[in-house]
Design a protein around this ligand. Structure first.
Ligand SMILES: C=C(O[C@@H]1C=C(C(=O)O)C=C[C@H]1O)C(=O)O
Length: 362
């Protein structure tokens, strides 16, 4: 029986081995071509950025389009080519990526999905440090959360964008599935539950139903809470499954976020300008003078120029005068004629105006 199974499998496995040899040969050709691209970039512009987010987005979109009727899945195409591109880019020049650590964080997951794994990771203790590392050139790029589908804006990130020189070159939304974890995979002997305040808020209902009297301890990050739980059996952490694997913790419960479709949107930050990719969005911040009808007047340039607004968020300006900064996303690239015109009109009337970047949509 077993022998005949092996016999039946043999030609198919031989075929897969041959296909893999062919893929490998092509991957090597691709890698060499990327090295050649790097040399051309350097020859024409010594300080030219190696990372070209618009080109990467176009490469992946084109393949997904070509693969519309393929057996290989659409998410598979994205995941595989993100890694192929990551390796090729790394051969041109290594990329250091900063994000909120330690290892096993959702930020790390978003960063690895966006840039691939062939990068130099730089886990940081806070969002402030991520921005600082990118500004100081200690990291080439960074990945920071801006919005959660349950809890709304990640305020610290929005505030950091206000005074930072970094620009946005990409966006990545990932599903957030929180797990409760502890050293022994049970709640026996556990006295407190720790996580980042965002995660605690996203699991509020579940926590009050299952552990209404347990002490809740906020942590700098979920993976930091996981690291703590790995050292202290009286602490359970809420974090992603990757953190449980990394810190060798046992899962007590999975998918404990109150909203099953809980998602977080991350922005890729760096010091590069991104050219149009064909399907882009633009993020900006502005402030309006404090008078009646000001907000209405401010956003009218978008309507006048046919520019769609996809996000509108406000943060207090901390002047104590009920003044606000508005964080807006619009469809299109800042170099598109209608977007450029709308932004120009808006800028004329703003008390504060800053474009965070135009970048490919996910
Ligand atoms: C090869 C290039 O450099 C990098 C690697 C890419 C790739 O492997 O496809 C695409 C864009 C760049 O981030 C390029 O610019 O074409």
């Amino acid at each position: 029986m077993d022998n005949s199974l092996q016999e039946a499998l043999k030609p198919l496995r031989d075929k897969i081995d041959q296909i893999d040899r062919d893929i490998l040969e092509l991957l090597n050709q691709r890698a060499q071509t990327a090295i050649d691209v790097g040399a051309v970039k350097h020859k024409f512009q010594a300080d030219s950025a190696v990372l070209k987010p618009e080109r990467e987005a176009q490469v992946i979109r084109r393949l997904q389009e070509l693969n519309r009727y393929g057996t290989f899945t659409e998410t598979g195409v994205r995941a595989v080519w993100a890694e192929i591109i990551s390796v090729c880019r790394g051969l041109e020049k290594g990329l250091t990526v900063a994000y909120l650590g330690p290892e096993g964080s959702y930020s790390e997951q978003a960063a690895m999905e966006f840039y691939g794994h062939s990068v130099q990771p730089l886990p940081c203790p806070s969002f402030d440090e991520v921005f600082r590392a990118v500004e100081a050139g200690q990291a080439d790029v960074g990945m920071v959360p801006v919005e959660n589908s349950t809890e709304g804006a990640v305020n610290r990130t929005l505030d950091l964008f206000l005074n930072s020189t970094v620009k946005v070159h990409g966006v990545r939304s990932i599903p957030i599935r929180h797990c409760l974890m502890s050293l022994h995979g049970t709640m026996d002997g556990v006295k407190s539950i720790s996580a980042h305040p965002q995660a605690l808020a996203q699991c509020q209902k579940w926590l009050s139903q299952h552990y209404p009297t347990m002490e809740i301890v906020p942590a700098a990050s979920n993976s930091e809470a996981a690291r703590h739980a790995a050292q202290d059996e009286t602490v359970a952490a809420i974090a992603g499954e990757t953190a449980a694997v990394f810190w060798n913790l046992g899962l007590v419960a999975s998918g404990i976020q109150d909203d099953a479709n809980n998602k977080t949107r991350f922005l890729a930050i760096g010091n590069i300008e991104t050219a149009p990719s064909g399907r882009d969005q633009t993020s900006l911040i502005f402030a309006v003078p404090n008078r009646v009808g000001a907000v209405y007047e401010m956003i009218s340039p978008f309507a006048r120029n046919g520019v769609s607004m996809t996000r509108f968020e406000s943060r207090p300006a901390r002047t104590g005068q009920w003044e606000y900064y508005f964080y807006v996303d619009v469809l299109g690239h800042r170099s598109d004629e209608n977007v450029a015109r709308a932004l120009d009109e808006l800028k004329q009337q703003s008390a504060f105006f800053k474009i965070l970047g135009s970048y490919p949509m996910q």
